[in-house]
Design a protein around this ligand. Structure first.
Ligand SMILES: Cc1cc2nc3c(=O)[nH]c(=O)nc-3n(C[C@H](O)[C@H](O)[C@H](O)COP(=O)(O)O)c2cc1C
Length: 265
C-alpha cells in the first residue's frame, strides 16, 4: 500500500465517490427488480428495531432456494437474534444488528447421502464456498427487496472466514462445515451509504484474451478507496484496516488448511 494521499487527492476521490451511480439504460430506469440489485449497499448502521419473523423467514427462503452445483445445496445457516448472538459469543452482534446468519460452506450433509468429492478437497471446498456464497447473496437481495439492509462480514466481530477456527469451536462444527461469512441484517439508520469506488465495466471485462489493467486506473481507484475510508472512519485509515486484516490472515490460513486438507477424521 502506498502512503498518505494529499488533501487534493482526498477531495477529488471523495467527489468521485459521491458522484458514483449505477449505470442503468434509460429504458430500464423503472425496473424495480433491477433497482433492488443495483441500489443494494453494505449497511453498517441499523435502527434498534427487530425484523419480523415472517420477513426474516422470507429472507432465509431466498437462501434455501439458491442455485447450487448439481443441486447439492452445500450450505448451512446458523441463525441468531441479537440476544442469542450475545449468549453465544458474549458480545453484541456486529454493528448491533437485530439478526445475523453465519453462512457455512457445508459438504458434511451431502456426504451422508452420496459419495461426492472423494479425494478432491480443493474442488470440494471451492464448490461449497461457491454455492454458499450464492445462497448468501440471494438472502441479501431478498432482504433488500423487503427494505432490510445487510452487510456480509469475513472478519468484523470474529464472524467470518478469517475467524473460521474460532467459529468452528464455538458452533461445534463437524468436519467439512466451514464458516465463510456472517451476514447481519437490520433496518438502515441514516439512509444508504454512497457507492464505494467500483471498477468501470471496461476495466473488469474483456473480449478475447485477458486484458491487463492500466496501473493509472488502479492508482485512481486506490486513492478513492482511501478517501472513502477516511471519510467514513475519520479515526482510522484504509492502511490500518488492511494491516489488521493481514495480521489475522496467517492464523486463518492455518485454520482453513486444517479444515480443508486435514479433516479426514
Ligand atoms: C465476503 C465478504 C466479506 C466482507 N467482510 C466485511 C467485513 O468483515 N467488514 C465489513 O465492514 N465489511 C465487509 N464486507 C463488505 C464490503 O466491504 C463491501 O461489500 C464492499 O466495500 C462493497 O460495498 P457494497 O457492498 O456497498 O457494494 C464484506 C463483503 C463480502 C462480500
Amino acid at each position: 500500500m502506498q502512503g498518505r494521499i494529499g488533501a487534493v487527492g482526498f477531495v477529488r476521490g471523495l467527489l468521485r465517490i459521491l458522484r458514483g451511480r449505477p449505470r442503468i439504460p434509460p429504458s430500464l430506469e423503472n425496473n424495480k427488480a433491477l433497482s433492488v440489485v443495483l441500489d443494494r449497499r453494505s449497511v453498517r448502521r441499523f435502527v434498534q428495531k427487530d425484523i419480523a419473523d415472517d420477513v426474516f423467514a422470507a429472507i432465509l427462503e431466498a437462501g434455501r432456494l439458491a442455485p447450487s452445483t448439481v443441486n447439492l445445496q452445500t450450505w448451512s445457516f446458523a441463525l441468531f437474534t441479537a440476544g442469542s448472538w450475545q449468549e453465544m459469543f458474549d458480545r453484541p452482534t456486529p454493528f448491533r444488528a437485530p439478526r445475523a446468519v453465519v453462512i457455512l460452506a457445508d459438504t458434511h450433509r451431502v456426504r451422508q447421502a452420496i459419495e461426492a468429492f472423494a479425494e478432491s478437497p480443493l474442488v470440494e471446498y471451492t464448490v461449497a464456498v461457491m454455492n454458499a456464497s450464492l445462497a448468501a447473496m440471494n438472502m441479501t437481495i431478498a432482504a433488500e427487496a423487503l427494505g432490510v439492509s445487510s452487510v456480509m462480514l469475513s472478519e468484523t466481530g470474529r464472524s467470518g472466514l478469517l475467524d473460521a477456527g474460532y467459529l468452528k469451536e464455538k458452533l461445534a462444527l463437524p468436519d467439512r462445515v466451514i464458516p465463510i461469512a456472517t451476514i447481519v441484517f437490520g433496518y438502515p439508520r441514516a439512509g444508504r451509504p454512497p457507492m464505494p469506488p467500483k471498477f468501470p465495466l471496461e476495466t473488469i471485462s474483456f473480449e478475447g484474451a485477458y486484458r491487463q489493467t492500466d496501473s493509472a486506473v488502479m492508482e485512481e481507484w486506490l486513492a478513492q478507496m482511501k478517501a472513502g475510508y477516511k471519510a467514513s472512519h475519520p479515526l482510522s485509515s484504509l492502511d490500518a484496516q488492511l494491516e489488521h486484516y493481514v495480521s489475522k490472515i496467517g492464523r486463518a490460513e492455518t485454520d482453513l488448511q486444517a479444515m480443508v486438507f486435514r479433516n479426514e477424521k
